[in-house]
Design a protein around this ligand. Structure first.
Ligand code: COA
Length: 229
């Protein structure tokens, strides 16, 4: 995870992309029936983060990390036009998901640069982790990055966060460097960040792999009326 504004990717390209343009990449999903039965797996669908919903993301962020992003970090990301897909369960009201009854499963924040995307944040609500949602969010991000014409997807992850690193490696990311003492850590110490990169060239099959994750989710949802969980 990386704080907004702390990477070298081009901001002008971001501004050129514009938030409205990005929002149109994820048109609001039609409301779908909430899964009330515990035996049903949750139904995941997408929205783009909106100002009024940032408090909901913040609440998840604060439970997911010992050193979470602040509300200001989310607000800055929204203002900068970063791509902020949010994965929801249950029906979202047409006016937005800030106050609706749907559950926020997870979210991501990604910055578009020149032929590359920098992933700044990916988080799944601790109550919903380990059910494939993180993999689905990553797969969707890869699809989005390919659609923007990006050739590489970059991220930083704490050296100790082997769980997230396992997810990234399964999707084809490779560790390409280390940023020394990048993150705050306990007892006033600092922790290194592992820099990871995914090559996105459509010809090498990465897009196909992630397409398969998203397609599998969509097929399950069509057949059973709810997403994979
Ligand atoms: C990292 C995170 C986004 C993964 O999301 P998730 O929904 O829990 O993960 P998934 O269920 O999709 O699992 C995807 C992969 O992660 C890895 N993984 C998941 N749970 C794991 C666990 N308990 N131990 C080790 N690896 C695990 C596996 O490689 C798994 O792939 P597989 O199911 O094919 O074996 C989520 O755990 C999270 O938000 N953690 C806290 C915040 C964080 O660390 N974010 C990343 C910052 S860089």
């Amino acid at each position: 995870m990386t704080l907004p504004g702390s990477t070298t990717a081009s901001r002008s390209a971001l501004e050129a992309a514009g938030h409205d343009q990005e929002a149109s990449d994820y048109p609001p999903s039609p409301p779908c029936p909430p899964c009330l039965d515990e035996t049903h797996r949750p139904d995941g669908h997408w929205r783009v983060a909106e100002q009024a919903a940032l408090e909901r993301l913040l609440a998840i962020e604060q439970r997911a990390y010992p050193w979470p992003w602040s509300l200001g970090n989310f607000q800055d990301s929204l203002r900068a036009g970063y791509h902020m897909p949010v994965l929801l369960q249950g029906s979202a009201q047409p006016e937005g998901f800030a106050a609706s009854g749907c559950t926020v499963l997870g979210y991501a924040v990604a910055m578009l640069g020149v032929q590359e995307v920098h992933l700044l944040n990916i988080t799944v609500d601790p109550d919903h982790q380990g059910r494939g949602w993180g993999r689905l969010i990553m797969a969707r991000l890869v699809q989005w990055s390919l659609a923007q014409g990006a050739e590489q997807l970059w991220l930083e992850v704490r050296h100790s966060n082997t769980r997230a690193q396992a997810l990234y490696q399964r999707l084809g990311f490779e560790a390409v460097g280390l940023r020394r003492r990048y993150y705050p850590a306990a007892r006033s110490q600092r922790e290194d960040a592992v820099v990871m990169r995914l090559w996105l060239a459509p010809s090498d099959g990465r897009g196909d792999e992630c397409q398969a994750v998203v397609a599998q989710h969509a097929a399950h949802r069509k057949e059973h009326g709810h997403g994979l969980g």
